[in-house]
Design a protein around this ligand. Structure first.
Ligand code: F0G
Length: 481
């Protein structure tokens, strides 16, 4: 919740207290350099013991509530017919309005099943923007992914409240070009991850649904960050201001044919879910579930997590929970912009993002500026962030790099895990790095997997800039942190 202090400053205030903590380490810069070299300049390959603030992702890293933990104790460990599932099913009906629930082990498992059941070779899958695993699954099934984003989506200095909107004219053009029978579904991703956590508006969702329904195209909703999208609708769209988060979530779901989500984000647990009111879709998905995930009453999840997900789905519709990450992110982004850093605006859900093209304009995209920025951030702060740029795109069939639309370093803000002092530390060290940005150079691959190369690929700095950056850092901060 935002509170106005007596001096007029608005600050985010946590509507919870912390009762379980995990110790974190801040190791000296030289140790960070050794760890990063060992990790092939890929932040995914770092170990927790070398990381101070883990801002890689908000996926599965959120603090759970006391009620979630308590629910885990009453989990019913039956292979089939678990009461834990029936509690989930009731909650999904109540909170999301769907009769049929399918648990899956995480979000990409749902994407796999969607691809298996709905995407045929030559099909065209339309979406407001892709997510890495989504695109890979639909392409492996032989589909073509088309991203129907608006011009505003690519403006990282925007003030537009809904940069995740789908461009309806592009949607119409696709229907005309491909024919509705070659479009298995249109996918709307809440708080569009790779555009910088940017939401879509309720009116955009309504229009997308109207057009899709007119042509018999199902609307698939990626609700991994559904509660944050609802928060932005409430706070940025006057027509939603009087609605509760729970009402906004329900309204979005009325427009949805198939919901899927990674429960590792808004729901603050580890798992995934698919839900629908169509018996036909349910049956088609269910047919594959035992082969890839598990029986229908656990779907590859631990039943303990299933119970926690049931509670998490309810809690994510409370304002105090929905606001927990967006408000700290807004504070973070506002502070970065005030310090003159090229942060992506407006602040979105899931993370504060830095625009690496503006941060490191001297590094060409072929030398991976966003990747270079994430590694430089680690060296100078111990903060682990994630590359969301060209490294996160795989090469095309000819083996050429596919240059990403955006080069972003993503500093995720897991829900209820970090505090304002952590954010202040991040702003300070990022500010130092910005002043010394000329020291940062590009990267090149030395080991490169073909699919989703960003996970396990290894890189090398072009020139010995990592060591030089650490030397400059030690000059200002000493050798101890
Ligand atoms: N959809 C969106 C919008 C996501 O952000 C993610 C995961 C997935 C699907 C896949 O879900 O990880 O449970 O299999 N995003 C994580 C991230 C990995 O770090 O942003 P998953």
């Amino acid at each position: 919740m935002k509170i106005t202090l007596s001096n007029g400053t608005v600050v985010p205030v946590e509507m919870h207290k912390i009762r379980i903590v995990q110790k974190i380490n801040l190791v000296p810069a030289q140790e960070r350099l050794a760890a990063l070299t060992e990790a092939g300049y890929n932040t995914f390959l770092l170990r927790t013991k070398h990381i101070f603030l883990d801002m890689l992702t908000d996926s599965g890293t959120n603090a759970m509530s006391d009620n979630q933990l308590a629910a885990m104790m009453i989990a019913d460990d039956a292979y089939a017919g678990s009461e834990s599932f029936y509690r989930l099913e009731e909650t999904v009906k109540e909170v999301l309005g769907f009769n049929y629930s399918i648990p899956v082990h995480q979000g990409r498992a749902a994407e796999h099943l969607l691809a298996k059941v709905f995407v045929k070779p030559g099909d065209n899958v339309l979406m407001n923007y892709h997510f890495t695993t989504t695109k890979a699954h639909f392409e492996i099934a032989g589909g073509h992914v088309h991203e129907l984003f608006t011009d505003e989506a690519m403006n990282t200095e925007s003030q537009h409240p809904f940069r995740g909107n789908l461009d309806l004219e592009k949607f119409k053009a696709c229907i005309k070009k491909f024919g509705a029978d070659k479009i298995p579904f249109v996918r709307m991703e809440a708080t569009t991850n790779l555009v910088g956590g940017q939401p879509f508006s309720m009116s955009n969702l309504r229009e997308v649904k109207k057009l899709a329904a007119k042509h018999g195209i199902p609307l698939v909703f990626d609700g991994s960050l559904i509660s944050e999208n609802a928060y932005f609708m409430k706070t940025r769209d006057p027509s939603c201001a009087k609605l509760s988060i729970a009402e906004i979530v329900k309204e979005m779901m009325k427009l949805t044919d198939i919901l899927y989500l990674s429960a590792r984000k808004s729901a603050c647990v580890r798992g995934g879910l698919m839900a629908t009111n169509s018996k036909e879709y349910y049956d088609r998905i269910l047919a594959w579930l035992p082969l890839y995930e598990g029986f229908s009453t656990y779907g590859g999840m631990s039943v303990k997590e299933l119970e926690a997900m049931t509670v998490g789905l309810r809690e994510m519709t409370e304002f105090d929970v929905a606001c927990s990450s967006p408000e700290l992110i807004e504070y973070f982004v506002t502070r970065l912009v005030a310090e003159g850093l090229p942060a992506v605006t407006p602040a979105g859900g899931l993370a504060g993002h830095l625009d690496a093209k503006r941060f490191l304009p001297h590094i060409p995209q072929a030398q991976y500026p966003a990747g270079a920025l994430t590694t430089a951030i680690f060296l100078t702060s111990g903060i682990r962030s994630m590359e969301r740029g060209t490294i996160s795109m795989d090469r095309d069939a000819q083996g050429n790099d596919v240059l990403a639309d955006l080069e972003l370093a993503r500093l995720a803000v897991p829900r209820r895990a970090y505090t304002m002092s952590h954010i202040e530390y991040a702003v300070d060290r990022l500010g130092w790095l910005y002043k010394h940005r000329d020291l940062v150079g590009g990267l090149k691959f030395i080991e490169e997997p073909k699919v989703l190369r960003f996970f396990f690929g290894k890189l090398q700095p072009l020139g010995n800039w990592g060591a030089k950056l650490v030397k400059a850092f030690e000059k200002d901060f000493g050798k101890t942190c």
